[in-house]
Design a protein around this ligand. Structure first.
Ligand code: AGP
Length: 589
């Protein structure tokens, strides 16, 4: 999703901003641009396409000046065209603005401004520089203009702005879209993502909704009324080499390989916090897990674990639908929100409404200091370092680990549970070495297939759904994951000669029934890929997974499915790290 960066410092701004944009590329984007201030003018270049391409065509990093802003755009309003790329300008091209989010009342504002302002793009963003222009022309400083402008905006925004009348200054403001401020000797930053400037500094402070920051050689925080705020800077413990590929062709493979380590890191939680949260779950009248995408599949596994180990039933509600259940969320409700980024707009919105109804919020988050973490009474961090690939892999494993830890603690078996989880890690490592070559072959063999089905029962149903999501997301192949028993209620009609059906069937109490469902597809000509510790003559291909206790199966069955999606993407010449149309952090609803 869009990424913004603002910089003021001693060094030339453009190379620093371009590097920051490169660090934001993983979020997904379709155009890029920067603006700097120098020699009494705004210097700006922007275009559609990959950053390298835009840099090469427009020599982005040679723009002069030590103050500037930059943006990578993921189109929402207005097509992917050079003119719609950010930054956007006022009529005199003295003010430049980059923006993440959506201005809901932009039509209304544009109609009002159009009679004396020249609009050139189709974006919602362009109203912002023109509003700033009105206030700056009336004598306001840039920060005063930003404060006045934001009062007129409805929707979500993280704005960064520069103005010729305020050289050496970047002003940024947020509502429902993240902004983090970084400070280093002589270099100040503001961005939607700490990874943008992590090489330069790990000392950060977060803006809350309605707050504004003024970067000069100093940093001043303001509330919505322009009163100064004191904020503490803290250190983020992510290392910048964690955000490099370290010899792997793609981040996704590196991140899959990091899974055993990620599990070990996630399992090491503060015991007291785990206990408090487990008690909170057991004592709540109703518990709702909410999340999107892969995080929601982790929640579905969690629901099973809470019931199986903790004897507690809870529901899982897709975050984008959560608001429609507000009527039954009250102060007796505990909401557990799961989000790798901690910035997913649907999750934040659902949690906001639940909080307003008096619910207690716990969250499982990877990004320290993210919006969700700050909205929660209690937070468990995944502690697995940054995940750059758009496809969630190691963070899924870490989310599962936290859910196991909570469930074992609910059952008063925290230490035992920890030991068992750590025991799984070497088995996952073996699973990589044993299966990688075979799965690559399978990806080659199924290269011509454009429909995949994944079936499983019990705790592995969520894994079937996750396997299908991974396949869709990075290979652009239609895939569906479902409980094996559901097949005959409709989907079976789609099974044809050679259709790949992935059957996740560990040798447990679900085995016989799942195999029976697999037979139903085989009878229609399906190409069966078994994921099991046991071979079965009906499998056309068999991916062997280690034998583990039944409740731990998701940790071993998901690995080959991630690899199958990865190799299928590579075999089809797709970039698994940056799938089309998708973004790492989905900050719009
Ligand atoms: C997973 O591979 C996807 N990229 C996506 O479904 C993701 O899990 C979802 O957008 C939720 O993100 P979050 O965990 O950051 O909230």
């Amino acid at each position: 999703m869009c990424g913004v960066i603002g910089y003021v410092g001693d060094a030339e701004a453009a190379p620093i901003i371009v590097k920051a944009l490169r660090n934001l590329e993983y979020r997904g984007y379709d155009s890029a641009g920067i603006a700097t201030l120098a020699f009494g003018r705004v210097w700006a270049e922007k275009d559609i396409g990959k950053l390298d391409q835009v840099c090469q065509t427009h020599q982005l990093d040679s723009l002069p000046g030590s103050t500037g802003i930059g943006h990578v755009r993921w189109a929402t309003h207005g097509e992917v065209t050079p003119v719609n790329a950010h930054p956007h300008f006022d009529c005199k091209r003295e003010i430049a603005v980059a923006h993440n989010g959506i201005i809901e009342n932009y039509q209304e504002l544009r109609t009002r401004l159009e009679h004396n302002h020249l609009f050139v793009s189709q974006t919602d963003t362009e109203v912002i520089p023109h509003l700033l222009e009105e206030f700056v022309d009336a004598g306001a400083s840039l920060e005063e203009a930003v404060l006045k402008t934001t009062k007129l905006l409805r929707g979500s925004y993280a704005i960064v702005a520069v103005s010729l009348k305020d050289p050496g200054k970047v002003v940024a403001s947020r509502k429902d879209s993240p902004l983090v401020v970084g400070r280093n000797d002589g270099k100040n930053f503001v961005s939607s993502d700490v990874l943008a400037f992590l090489e330069q500094t790990n000392r950060v402070a977060y803006l809350e909704d309605g707050e504004t920051v003024v970067l000069t050689k100093d940093i001043v925080f303001l509330d919505a009324e322009g009163r100064q705020l004191q904020k503490e800077f803290r250190e983020v413990d992510w290392k910048c080499d964690e955000a490099t590929r370290q010899g792997y062709e793609f981040f996704m493979m590196k991140e899959i390989m990091e899974e055993p380590h990620a599990i070990r890191c996630a399992a090491m939680q503060d015991k007291r916090l785990l206990l408090e949260m487990a008690i909170g779950i057991l004592r709540s009248r109703q518990v709702v897990l909410t999340a999107c995408g892969t995080s929601r599949y982790a929640a579905l596994v969690g629901r099973y674990l809470f019931s199986r180990l903790g004897g507690k039933f809870c529901d899982v509600i897709m975050a984008s639908e959560f608001q429609y259940f507000s009527d039954s969320i009250d102060r007796n409700t505990l909401v557990i929100a799961i989000s790798q980024s901690g910035e997913t707009a649907d999750v934040i919105e659902g949690v906001k409404r639940a909080r307003a109804n008096g619910a207690t919020i716990y969250s499982l988050v990877n990004t320290v200091g993210s919006t969700l973490a700050r909205m929660s009474e209690r937070v468990l961090y995944l502690n697995c370092g940054p995940e750059i690939g758009v496809a969630a892999t190691k963070t899924f494993m870490s989310q599962l680990t936290l859910l196991y830890m909570l469930a074992f603690t609910m059952a008063n078996q925290m230490d035992e549970g920890l030991a068992k989880i750590l025991d799984i890690c070497p088995k996952i490592e073996k699973c990589f070495s044993k299966n990688s070559k075979k799965i690559w072959g399978l990806a080659q063999r199924t290269k011509g297939s454009n429909d995949f089905y994944y079936i499983a029962r019990g705790i592995n149903f969520a894994i079937a759904a996750e396997g299908a999501l991974k396949m869709k997301e990075i290979s652009y192949v239609h895939a569906e994951g479902m409980p094996a028993g559901e097949l005959k209620h409709g989907t079976l009609a789609l099974i044809d000669k050679g259709t790949p059906v992935v059957v996740i069937c560990p040798k447990d109490y679900t085995y016989e029934e799942t195999i029976a469902n697999a037979h139903e597809t085989k009878a229609r000509g399906a190409f069966l890929i078994g994921v099991s510790e046991a071979a079965n003559p009906i499998f056309d291909d068999w991916i062997e997974v280690p034998s583990v206790e039944e409740i731990f199966q998701p940790l071993v069955t998901v690995v080959p499915l991630q690899l199958l999606a990865y190799y299928s993407a590579v075999a089809r010449d797709r970039d698994p790290d940056k799938p089309r149309n998708l973004a790492k952090s989905v900050t719009v609803k």
